[in-house]
Design a protein around this ligand. Structure first.
Ligand code: ZN
Length: 240
């Protein structure tokens, strides 16, 4: 089975469409969406409506998804995120708010768990260092846990947290437990402005990360029209 893994889309339609057409060219059998479809970007309805049609799709909620439909207090978000969440809340159609509000926080099959933050704190924990691995180990029910949230692609196992700089491939050991972040589709923060996504092949146990160019100028132009915060617009160009 070939899984297409993507998260932290943040209503960036240009980045998401680029990633989804890339997945199509790679014969994906199943989509894994690891949360934060909306928040920050200019096309929340369009992104939700395209994702809803993907099939088969496993999907869980991110912190922005729940905030944008009123399920989560926005006081813990920074001022730019708050402004964007309020705009998103006003912009989202009711049916799309309902879709987001019904997403689970965590989902597993026999080999793979998907969760936005961490299995210990599904919506909010940032995984940023190797030292978290030991604390999280009792919560790892499957060989692989895919997460999002930090917008930094990495592979974490019992001996290292490896930040993944560019498109690259990793062979996973079936005896180890991994936490993998495929990076952010719509708002990368690792200094690389290309959309980030992953493909995992469960037969060969190979995980590949891909960075793909997209037209962020168009996304920025739409954000300006909607008067979204300049900081959020500028960061798309620098990937920070
Ligand atoms: Zn996010």
């Amino acid at each position: 089975m070939r899984y297409g893994i993507f998260c932290d889309i943040h209503a960036n339609l240009e980045a998401m469409n680029t990633v989804l057409s890339f997945f199509k060219s790679k014969d994906i059998d199943c989509y894994l969406c690891i949360g934060d479809i909306v928040g920050y970007g200019p096309n929340p309805n369009e992104c939700v409506e395209i994702i809803k049609q993907l099939n088969p799709l496993h999907i869980i909620a991110g912190n922005h998804d729940w905030a944008a439909c009123g399920l989560k207090d926005i006081m813990w978000f920074n001022e730019y995120a708050q402004k964007a969440i309020i705009w998103t809340w006003h912009t989202l159609k009711q049916e799309n708010q309902i879709y987001l509000s019904e997403l689970p926080k965590i989902s597993s099959d026999s080999d793979i768990t998907i969760v936005h933050g961490s299995p210990r704190d599904p919506l909010d924990e940032y995984i940023l260092s190797q030292s978290q691995y030991e604390d999280l180990l009792p919560y790892l029910a499957t060989g692989i846990t895919f997460v999002g949230h930090s917008h930094i692609p990495f592979i974490l196992n019992n001996n290292s947290l490896k930040i993944i700089k560019n498109s690259s491939a990793f062979q996973l050991n079936p005896k180890e437990k991994y936490i993998i972040n495929s990076g952010s589709v719509g708002q990368p923060r690792d200094g690389n402005n290309n959309a980030s996504c992953g493909i995992y092949d469960s037969k060969t146990r190979e995980f590949k990360l891909f960075r793909i160019k997209y037209d962020y100028n168009l996304t920025q132009e739409k954000m300006r029209q909607h008067r979204l915060p300049p900081f959020l617009i500028e960061r798309l160009a620098i990937g920070k």
